[in-house]
Design a protein around this ligand. Structure first.
Ligand SMILES: [Zn+2]
Length: 350
């Protein structure tokens, strides 16, 4: 240790004061940002360490090396203390930022909206799937159809009131929007020889007032089966199996005589109400039965028109609404819901 003369003592005191104030500030620094400020304050060009240097020149010559050494030691002490503290605070800050980024699995998720099939599209698919399993194949027919395939070839005589049963959109005298998928019948008989087991699914158009029960646009499934020795019992068995699949339960059928020009005999088919089991409820309008389709044995005139001998071949046909089944299954009372594109309605049916 050296002995300082008064000027040297002054410098030595300054060094000690600086050290104390630095240690004070260092211990109160809470972030690396604050440390940076302290570093600039003490070690910067206009900082207190630099301002000690000019004091040296007034010190006695023999004091100068020792005082210079003291100042330098303080400078190194400040630099290394800051560095040490910096590492510590940087580590803390990193830890905190990692913690902030941690995924909290208990947070509620953000809902994503994905598209899904329209209920009618999925009902068409389900219907087709059920009938394919039963040996039918899917055929398509034009939506813009000639009068012949929609009416004439199906035993609807010219100017016959039966044509008024379906209010038709005519595009010209002989061209119309198909009013039923039964238009498949003559088209398929032109192309195929029995055994014929086909279905046609899709849009039908009728010029009706739009209400909760009827629409200008709806969807139908039509089936046609022609072979030797096809009987009424085959028709009933097929319908029972088909509607049991669609209603996902063993259904009970009831038939009522009805008239369609292309079948003989013709009938309306009812399924015992799946909701009340025949007791009577809102769904079946207290009747205990749900009307599901029109059906019958293919009319001999239709077979003849298709080039088939009614003495050799026989067949059955039925047609029913796709919306209708969906509405019965889900207790929907307004057919307009399907075309209003209300997501609140559509999203109920995954
Ligand atoms: Zn019922």
């Amino acid at each position: 240790m050296g002995f300082f003369l008064s000027w040297g003592v002054k410098v030595q005191e300054k060094v000690n004061e600086l050290k104390v104030s630095f240690e004070d500030q260092l211990s109160s620094a809470k972030s690396t940002k604050e440390l940076e400020d302290i570093k600039i304050k003490y070690l910067g060009k206009k900082g207190p360490i630099q301002s000690l240097m000019p004091l040296l020149k007034d010190a006695a010559n023999e004091e100068k090396p020792l005082l210079g050494k003291k100042i330098n030691e303080l400078k190194l002490f400040i630099a290394s203390s800051i560095e040490e503290r910096f590492e510590f605070l940087a580590g803390k800050e990193l830890e905190k930022s990692l913690k902030d980024e941690e995924i909290d699995v208990s947070m509620p998720g953000r809902r994503t909206y994905t598209g899904r099939m329209h209920p009618i599209s999925s009902m068409i698919e389900e219907t087709a799937e059920a009938l394919i399993q039963m040996g039918f194949s899917v055929e398509t027919t034009p939506e813009i159809e000639s009068d012949y395939y929609n009416y004439g070839g199906l035993n609807y005589p010219e100017d016959h009131p039966a044509r008024d049963m379906q209010d038709t959109f005519y595009l010209s005298k002989d061209v119309l929007l198909r009013s039923h998928n039964t238009s498949i019948q003559q088209r398929i008989m032109e192309r195929k020889q029995p055994p014929i087991r086909v279905i046609s699914l899709g849009k039908c158009y009728r010029n009706e007032t739009i209400t909760s029960r009827s629409h200008v646009l709806f969807h139908q499934v039509d089936a046609l089966y022609i072979d030797k020795d096809v009987t009424f019992a085959d028709l009933l068995a097929t319908l029972k199996e088909f509607y049991s699949k669609l209603f996902k339960t063993d259904v009970e059928l009831r038939v009522r005589p009805s008239y369609f020009p292309f079948v003989e005999p013709g009938m309306e088919v009812d399924v015992k109400c799946t909701s009340c089991k025949g007791e009577g409820c809102r769904l079946c309008k207290q009747t205990g039965w749900l009307e599901v389709c029109g059906a019958g044995m293919v009319h001999p005139e239709v077979l003849k028109q298709g080039g088939l001998d009614p003495e050799v071949y026989s067949g059955f046909a039925w047609g029913g609404g796709i919306e209708r089944i969906f509405m019965l299954r889900h207790g929907i009372s307004d057919i307009r819901m399907f075309t209003e594109n209300d997501v609140r309605f559509l999203s109920q049916f995954a």
